[in-house]
Design a protein around this ligand. Structure first.
Ligand SMILES: *Cc1c(COP(=O)(O)O)cnc(C)c1O
Length: 423
């Protein structure tokens, strides 16, 4: 079974004339259409906002596209906060959902007016010590513990995850924040990752909505926003049924009407913090076959490696591969498609049925738009690749240059300790 690519062979042949492989390529049209679909799916909720999870893809050109559709950003670190601030996101458009947070990041988040979403009960006192008065708006992250099951069998284990407050802690947390004069309250939870289903958000919404009713009864705190966070999955495999954001939005609306509206909470804003769903399908890693090896298995070596896309190496994640121009050829070879790292996990595919690959063929590694470039690293002295945006009219634009040896050496040779190393 095949997956469609958003780029043609001719377009790739054009792009490689000025950007050598490997590079990450993004589909502007796809990003825009999906952003519109997300806004429409939640248009029943006037205060809805998607806070794009910057860690999924911190490229400012791409974040600016989402900004046009009213998206905010969800940040987990100082640099992500700095980037959001510099891109002109105003306080309420920046969410700071971090954990194990260094003090200076809380101080900076408060300074730029980001909404702070606390991960831990002890952070209430910690934050107060750091910044004095609490901001007017505060959010707390909930972890129900145990296992979290969806009706289609997807399960995750929040009881084993480091994030969030227990139920007792969160109720006490709202009580304290109310006493301390906080005016606007939010709640957040992220329980299942890459949930390729239309049930996850509605199920999570019910958990959170019912908890918010209980919090109101027990503490008098009425939630202003409920943040369903990220976790909506994408169909990495060609035979998977993709999640349908319109069905998801309608599912959340139904639970909202059932649980919140009768409790007089029909004015609560719904927020999301999707990363993967906003970007993964609209990016791919373009690489070239540079080596073939026939030993106990058949290997194809490409010029990208796990330093460009880490998911297969660290989670055994499936990323579909298209050999450009051979989409319809019989997939009668079984290859391990590998990068050059001195780590045997550096394999984009294992025993993958593919058409016969010749040296110089371009390979498209699909769904790399989120948690792709951003997870990159420099192991083996490999340099981060370029990022290219394919515009709607078919032209392309370099939106991040590739790293050079100079970048790699800069952090020590700014002292000039090795004369002649950095030219
Ligand atoms: C990673 C993360 C997200 C985005 O998750 P996706 O699976 O990419 O949608 C959102 N919120 C928080 C707090 C995260 O850590």
């Amino acid at each position: 079974m095949q997956k469609k690519t958003f780029v043609t062979k001719e377009q790739i042949e054009e792009i490689v004339k000025d950007v050598p492989t490997p590079f990450h390529l993004y589909d502007e049209k796809g990003i825009r259409e999906n952003a519109v679909a997300v806004q429409e799916a939640f248009s029943w909720n006037p205060g809805f906002r998607e806070y794009f999870a910057v860690k999924a893809n911190p490229n400012p050109f791409l974040i600016r596209i989402l900004q046009e559709y009213g998206c905010g950003t969800d940040c987990s670190s100082m640099t992500e906060l700095m980037l959001s601030d510099a891109l002109g996101f105003k306080g309420g458009e920046i969410m700071f959902s971090s954990n194990d947070t260094p003090p200076e990041e809380f101080v900076y988040a408060a300074k730029i007016g980001a909404t702070i979403n606390l991960d831990d009960f002890t952070h209430i006192a910690y934050l107060e010590d750091l910044i004095g008065d609490f901001p007017e708006t505060m959010s707390l992250r909930f972890n129900p513990g145990g296992f979290y099951r969806l009706s289609n069998g997807i399960m995750d284990n929040p009881g084993d995850s480091k994030y969030g407050f227990t139920k007792e802690q969160i109720i006490e947390g709202y009580r304290i924040l109310k006493e301390k004069g906080v005016k606007r309250f939010g709640i957040h939870a992220f329980l299942v990752s890459n949930a390729v289903t239309n049930d996850y958000y509605p199920t999570l919404a019910r958990t959170l909505f019912e908890l918010c009713v209980e919090i109101k009864e027990k503490t008098g705190v009425k939630m202003d926003f409920i943040n369903l966070s990220g976790g909506v999955g994408v169909a990495y495999r060609p035979d998977e049924e993709p999640a349908d954001i319109r069905v998801i939005g309608a599912g959340v609306q139904k639970v909202y009407n059932e649980v919140l509206v009768p409790e007089g909470m029909g004015d609560v804003d719904i927020y999301t913090e999707m990363g993967r769903f906003m970007m993964a399908p609209y990016g791919c890693l373009v690489t070239q076959a540079i080596h073939e090896k026939h030993t106990y298995k058949e290997y194809i070596g490409v010029d990208a490696c796990a330093a460009n896309l880490m998911r297969p190496a660290i989670y055994g994640a499936y990323h579909h591969i298209t050999v450009v121009g051979k989409e319809d050829a019989p997939h009668d070879h079984h290859y391990d498609v590998v990068g050059s790292l001195c780590e045997n996990c550096d394999k984009f595919a294992i025993d993958r049925p593919l058409p016969e690959i010749e040296m110089g063929d371009y390979l498209i590694i699909h769904d790399a738009g989120a948690h792709g470039f951003s997870m990159g690293y420099n192991y083996n002295g490999r340099l981060r690749s370029a990022e290219v945006l394919l515009h709607e009219d078919g032209t392309h634009e370099l939106i991040r240059r590739a790293e050079t040896p100079r970048d790699y050496f800069a952090t020590f040779d700014c002292f000039g300790i090795i004369p002649g190393l950095v030219k």
